[in-house]
Structure formats: C-alpha cells, structure tokens
Design a protein around this ligand. Sequence first.
Ligand code: DGJ
Length: 723
Amino acid sequence: MILYDKQNRAFVLGGKNYSYLMHVNACGFLQNLHYGSKTEIGDLGYLISHIGSKYAPVKSDLNMDCLFDVMPSECGSYGRGDFREPTVVIERADGASMSRLRYASHKITNGVYNIPGLPHARSGGQTLEITLKDDFSPVEVVLKYTAWDEYDVLSRATEIRNAGKESVKLNKAFSFCAELPEAEYKMLRLHGSWAMERMPEWNSVAHGVARIQSLRGASSHQMNPLTVLFDGEPSERTGECYGFMLVYSGSFAITAEKTYFGYTRVQGGINDIGFRWELGGGESFYTPQALLCYSEQGMGELSRAYSDFLRERIIDPAFVNKRRPIVINNWEATYFDFDAEKLKSIIDAAAPLGIDTFVLDDGWFGKRDGDTSGLGDWLVNEKKLKGGLKAVAEHCGKRGLKLGLWFEPEMISEDSDLYRAHPDWAVGKLGQEPVRSRNQLVLDFTRKDVVDYIFGVMSDVIKNNGISYVKWDMNRPMTEFYSNTLSADRQGEFAHRYILGVYSLAERLTAAFPDLFMEGCAGGGGRFDAGMLYYFPQFWTSDDTDAFQRALIQWGTSVGYPVSAMSCHVSVCPNHQTGRTTPLSTRGNIASLGAFGYELDLTKLSDEEKRDIKRQILDYKRIDALVLNGDLYRLIDPFGDKWFAEMIVSKDKTEAYVVGERLRGVPNDITRRIKLDGLDPDRNYTVEESGVTASGKSLMRIGLVLPSLADYESFAWHLKAVK
Ligand code: DGJ
C-alpha cells in the first residue's frame, strides 16, 4: 500500500507487517518518520508533530547546519550540514560537490519500476517515485520505492538525472538510505572465504561507521551483500530486525552509521571506492535495487520473508517452482582428467540410479587439461572427447539423461587462441604485467564486442549439442579495473560497467534459450546474491560439500536466500576439501535441504552405495516440492550448538521435513529434545519414521527426543498431518 496524505505532505507505505512513513518538512526535506512495526494511518499527526518535530527544521533554518545532521533523511547529501556519510555525491562542472536536495514532485503508480540493464523485482506492488531537486544544480535525484501488501520487503533504488547540459560526476551513488531509531543494534556479517561462504558473525553497532563491502568486482565469498540489524540479542523466533539486501553482483558496500543522537543510518549500493561516473547532460544513472525487510518475529520470519520474495518476485517464474533436475557432475570425479569413455561410464552408472542430467564440468574445450590454458576457446576438444559433445549428448540420450555443460564465460587464458587474437580483450592495461589468479585473466565485459562474441560462441555450443543445463562459473576476483577502450576519465566506471556486461550476457542467453536451465557458480558460492538469482534459479552454494561444513554454510546462506536456490551435491569421502569422512546418509540428508545432486565417481561405488543412492533420490523426490515452496525453520544453530537441525514446512502446514545432524556430541545427551516449529498447533501430525503422533502444539512446545547418534550421523523425519 502506498498513500499520499496531502494535508501532512506525508507518504505512507506498508506491507504485511511493517509501515514506512516519510513527510516533506517545512524546509522541503524528505524526512523519515518511522520504519518498523505497522502503524495506523490515524497516527500520522502524532508522528509528525511529536516524533518528527524533534528534528524538523522550520523555514528560517534552511541554511543552518545543526538540524540537518540529526534529521532522519531519505537521501544523505554532502557539504550542507549533514555530516553523516552521504548517499550520493555529485560533483558539478564547477568542481563543487555540495548539494541541497529538496522535494519537487512525486508519482504513485501500480506495479514495479524498471531499472535498465539491472536485475530487479519483476512484478506486482505499487511504486512511489519522489523527485528531489538540487537547489544549486540541474541535478535531480529520484527515490524509488515499491511496496507489496503481501510481503515484508520494500524495494528501493535511486535514479540520478542530469537535467542540465554540462556533465557532472557521480562520486557516490548508493541505492538506499534508511534511518533506524535509537536501539542497541547487533549487525550481521555473512563473511567467509572459498569453501567457507556465508558464516554468520554478529557485532554491536558502535558509534561511527561499520561497513561491509566487496572490492573484488563480485559480491564475493568474503562478504555477502546482505546485512541484518537486530534490536538486541539476535533470536530466531522473537525480536525486531531489519534486513538490507542488494540485488547486485559486483563490488558493493553497506554501511551502518550510529550517530551521536542515537539514530543509525544504514545505506548501501555500488562500492564508492574507485567509483566515478560521468553523467552527461540529459542522462540518467540507475543504481541497483535494494530489498529492505522488516520482521518483528526474529530472524526466522525475516528469512522466510526474503525467501518468499526472492522466489516469487526475483527468480525466473518459468523455473522457480519446476522440479529441479537431479544432476551428476563430473568435476570431483575426474577434474581435468577424462575422455569420452570415462564420461560414458559415469553416464552409464547414473542412468539406473534415477539421475536426470549429466553435467560436464571444466575441461571439455580448447586446450584445457589443467587450469593454465584454454579459457575463451569454447570449441570442444575433439582429441580429448572423440565424437565431440554430440557423442556425449547422444550417449546421454540413449541412457535417458539430459546434458548440462560448464562454461566460464567471463574468463580468458593467456594460453588460448582467443587471447592470441585479442590480447586487448583482457581486463588490465595492455603491455602492463597483469595480475593472474588461478592462472587466468578476466575478459573485458565492459565491451559490447566482447560480450557479443561470447554470446555467439556459447549460443552455438548450446544450440548444436542440445544442451539443457548450463553451469556458469567465475573463478577469480577482479583486479586492475581497467579497460583498454574506456577513456581515461571513465575508468572509474569500469567495475559497474563490467557487471552490466555480465547481466547483459545472462539476459541474452535466457531470452534466446527460454528452456535452458542455468546454474550460477563462482568458485563455489562467490557470487551468491539476488542479482545472480534473477538469472540463475539456483547457485552452487560452495565447493565445500563436507556434510559438517556444508550444514554451516547452508545455515548461513538461508538467512537471506531460499533453500531452492542452494545447489547441493553429495560428494565422496574423505571429502576433497576437508578430508573428513561422514556417512553417505548424512551427506544425502544435508544435500536434500536444497537443489539436490551428486558429484563423485559413480563407477567406483559399491552395490550397497548404489542402492543407497537410488533410495536417496526416491526420498528426495518425495520432498522436493517442500524444498521448492515450503517455509524453512532453523531449529538448532550449528554455530552455537553441538547439533544442527532445520525443518521445512509446506505452506498449507500439512507436511514437514526435519533434518538433524549430530556434530560434536557429548556423552549423556540422549534425553535431549528438539522443539519443532511452523506447524499448525491445532492439528495432529504423525512422524513417519517413529510412528509418533502428537499435536502440532506439543511438537512445538514439548518437542521430540533426538535419536542416539554418533558424530556426523543424522536423521530425516517426514511429518504428515493426520486427516
Ligand atoms: C569452481 C567450481 O566451484 C567447481 O564446481 C568447478 O566447476 C571448478 N570451478 C572448475 O574449474
């Protein structure tokens, strides 16, 4: 809901459980009045006169600094008395960067706003666009909000328009600014590294600026573009919290600034370090979208709100609820060392197990027997694969499997025909020693000719070999941030233009191949963000498939992202990343909390293991609808406990699936109970595995006794409502 109250010059925005209120104060500044718990519209008067008046300047104060610095603002500006970090910094032709942004007009429309070239919420809602004009230049800042009655997510983005003739420079262009009332906030960082993505860490928000960011050209393994500010001690089931997520896959920053008067300003968007955008007369700059989310029932509710929103408004509706293919991926089975016979033997072994798709990973193209060569040469290596991809596809067809294929579209090896022909296509200054990572360079996706070329070669391979599934990988961070075609004064645009190029390729591929299923990947989960999920319904969560570490990674990832977006495979033991051995059943149970598949050499399995895998696949097919559509409840936090447990409940609450794993048990924990969540308290449920029948209320309040297990053993329970 979005309303404009003319008398109070106030905007009332609201969703399922929150309100977001602003008004235009006596000086024409757009001031935030309230963000949080749902309020009555009748309370507007009290909010303006009692809460808002504390900071509201009166007309004669227009040039005083004292009030701007404490006013909860919808867009922080620079150089006129707001001494907090600004939301936008616009350098005029005369070199001045001060701006005084005041309300000029607004517009309320049905539906979402478009952000050219960037992923964004697809449909529904109502949109408010408020235009602020700078008093000292012809620049306009348009703040965009979409609110949906059925969600607790509010989308925000900013458009900066240069209505003048002379160019201006944007030195900072964040997507949103939100001012939270005084509280002792704890701030979440989903930090990590390769094979250890999205580890939750909470810190108190102290005075000054707390910043999470990536400067790697990708949203990164190291820090996810999502934070939560929790009022008090974070809890799954109770308490007030605010989520801030960017629908963006490049270098980002989100800051939380606690000021001397207690408010905390949270804002974020494209990382301003190294960013500088020349905005010509008559041009507009569009920031990425941010998704703000409010919960007054703790982290669990916040996560479910984000999950619903991403599934229903961000991820491609053509795939989001479609049964996901169960894949066998050959990476950990073979690495680069395979030939057609080896692949065929894996396909042969997969067929009787119920696997749907064979995904051929890195190493099928160019001269690619290791990671030092071949990237960019997207032509099958017929020496290695006799008969080419066609033969592999045909063999898959014979065995009733589909063929998926790995690409790393954004990369180039120096030892490749592509590089020999176009050395200037690599990122970095030609002739200057480049930074190598995994022995490879990055292709300059700020260039349309480069993106056109990659689109052409990928399309040919996909078309000519009946590829139904693409795994799009990206295995190194960005360095140099330099294009050989951008002019000197535009190199500051590089990082953002690069991501626009990535999105344009993804957009073109999804448009050209509407039935093609694409999985994202970035050296594991190094670009697991809402921007990528717009194009890829699922993302490879991590290269770490160890059933202990994976439980942690999936737990952290679920803070903001739906389980259906997490690609999860069962791999071999000892695990290739951690060396740990865990039971096959546990690897299966943990992987079943996501989009399921396998990544091991099926030809080396014993008959018993094959039987177990066949059973796992059948079991998974019983619950995959829950993974796609259900609500996740995190039950036992593996970061603070010796167990891990999560459950998924169907939307109609007739079915539930619980998975638990004992991580580092202690003696005598045999009487320990687990309290379930999300059930209908007034219904009875039967636990299929034990035959126990009890009311939802008892299962949630009293709980079930955990089974006696050894470390890394696990359980899976299927609950059905009794008719
Ligand atoms: C990193 C990915 O995460 C792996 O699954 C695999 O595809 C390799 N890259 C291939 O180079």
